[in-house]
Ligand binder design. Structure first.
Ligand SMILES: [Zn+2]
Length: 140
């Protein structure tokens, strides 16, 4: 089983991302400066990680923006992180649900999480490390 491919977003979805960037206001004071730096550079913050913020470009590209100055967007090449960023983008912004890959007829529910995409660890829900929060996988 493997993670699905991630096609480039449709023009309408890219337009929604650009609109969200224009309206973006950092929700957390602790992320104000890097969040505003992302906005100025044309990226939408979508996922807060230990090392920084995964940011999404209107063309579907995912990058990492460190929490610390000078807040330069760094390319991110790991496919799992691209999927995680899209899953988190769809959770944060329901109008970006079209960023998620479409489940094919051959896809199977993830055995790691039973198809939920998340696991309960104590009182916290964490993303499944097998399907990266999607809940299903494609056949090899
Ligand atoms: Zn899973």
């Amino acid at each position: 089983m493997r993670l699905p491919d991630l096609p480039a977003p449709a023009a309408a979805v890219s337009a929604r991302i650009r609109d969200l960037i224009a309206r973006y206001v950092p929700a957390l004071a602790s992320h104000r400066e890097p969040g505003l730096a992302a906005k100025r550079a044309g990226w939408l913050p979508v996922s807060f990680q230990l090392g920084g913020i995964f940011v999404l470009h209107p063309d579907g590209t995912v990058a990492l923006l460190p929490f610390d100055p000078p807040y330069r967007v760094q390319p991110e090449d790991t496919p799992q992180w691209h999927l995680l960023a899209r899953v988190h983008a769809a959770r944060l912004y329901p109008e970006l649900t079209d960023l998620l890959p479409v489940r094919t007829a051959d896809a199977e529910s993830c055995k790691g999480c039973g198809g939920a995409g998340q696991l309960q660890v104590g009182s916290a829900a964490v993303d499944c490390f097998v399907c990266v929060g999607l809940g299903w996988l494609e056949p090899d």
